[in-house]
Ligand binder design. Structure first.
Ligand code: ATP
Ligand code: MG
Length: 338
């Protein structure tokens, strides 16, 4: 049997370099390996859990994320691109899975805890937000995914899904597949820092990102702002490369390892200015982003084509989801009329 891959993103903004190295790059490699039936979902229900007062923004972001996907090379001929809210079986699966998870277990989820702290929920955490890890289990299991390429912060979500699958299968019989998370091999890509320093993860909500859609001038300005070694004042001073975000990015995105090793040596010795290293990083990033940016502009100018791709993908996802739902209902003995 062919293996199945599922991932996705919540459309709360455009995608950035953290998404790229954390999971997009793995998705594209696996898509092109031909060994996986790939599904990539735009999780708009999840985006609404903390943005329910901004439906227009969520709608706009679904389109932005779709353009990012197509621009980086997710190929609708090989990958099923779909929209979460238009797959009603997911809502039904979520309801059934809710019985398998305690409230205490949801409150212990470390990623959810961190997110609750960082968001301003004012009058309290919406129930929908607290249960989004359960809805994510529905997203992963509707297509019986074996592999889920994600960044490190998603590991608690995959673990939650695995627990639900084990619980479901032990009570109702072997229907669901227990997924494996696939995280990047190098530590910096699992949790790419933002431009403000190595202690912050690049994240939409922290406003410290370089976006796939950023034009060359914006990219140059952001690279110029990047955190380096605050003790490196004069060009002739020796500089530190540990905790220096510019070198962290060169390790992640650079391809000329000999050149990077030389720059590191020179920087540590003294005599290499931040601006020179930043200009080199700009070139490295622009080489990656320029073709993505160009393809993105083409898709952004043709919304009808983008929506058609999403419509076809969502139709296929619904077929797969309906089949899984029938098995789930039969296993749960609620398939009364069949
Ligand atoms: P938000 O600020 O809304 O939480 P985000 O930028 O953290 O947004 P998510 O939508 O939470 O992005 O994450 C989508 C996917 O991208 C997940 O698989 C996540 O692990 C991965 N990801 C996000 N940011 C990074 C990062 N800085 N490094 C590596 N992977 C990342
Ligand atoms: Mg996040």
């Amino acid at each position: 049997m062919q293996k199945v891959l599922l991932t996705g993103d919540r459309p709360s903004g455009q995608l950035h370099l953290g998404h790229y190295v954390g999971s997009l790059r793995n998705r594209i490699t696996l898509q092109n390996s031909g060994e996986y039936d790939c599904f990539v979902m735009i999780a708009d229900i999840q985006a609404l859990t903390d943005n329910f007062k901004n439906p227009a923004a969520v709608r706009e972001n679904v389109f932005e994320v779709a353009c990012d996907y197509l621009a980086v090379g997710l190929d609708p001929q090989k990958t099923t691109l779909c929209i979460q809210s238009l797959i009603p079986a997911l809502a039904e699966l979520t309801m059934y899975y809710m019985n398998l998870v305690t409230v205490a277990r949801l409150q212990r989820n470390p990623t959810v805890k961190t997110e609750i702290q960082s968001k301003d929920f004012g009058s309290g955490v919406p129930t929908g937000f607290l249960v989004y890890p359960i809805s994510q289990a529905a997203d992963i299991t509707f297509c019986k995914a074996h592999v889920v390429p994600v960044g490190e912060d998603q590991l608690p979500m995959i673990e939650q899904t695995r627990e639900i699958v084990r619980s479901f299968n032990s009570i109702y019989g072997e229907v669901l597949v227990e997924p494996e998370a696939l995280i990047p091999t190098d530590e910096n890509s699992r949790r790419l820092p933002g431009i403000t320093g190595n202690d912050t993860k690049m994240s939409k909500s922290l406003n410290n990102g370089i976006y796939l859609a950023d034009d060359a001038d914006t990219l140059r300005a952001k690279v110029r702002q990047m955190y380096t070694d605050p003790g490196h004042l004069k060009v002739s001073d020796p500089g530190k490369i540990e905790g220096n975000t510019v070198f962290t990015y060169l390790d992640v995105f650079g391809t000329d390892t000999a050149q990077i090793a030389e720059l590191k040596e020179q920087y540590q010795r003294g005599g290499l200015g931040d601006v020179k290293v930043k200009d080199y990083l700009f070139e490295v990033l622009d080489e990656l982003l320029a073709p993505i940016r160009a393809r993105r502009a083409e898709y952004a100018a043709d919304p009808a084509q983008v929506y058609q791709i999403l419509k076809q993908g969502t139709e296929r996802a619904n077929e797969v989801a309906s089949a899984t739902l029938s098995e789930v209902r039969a296993a749960m003995k609620i398939d009364y009329f069949s």
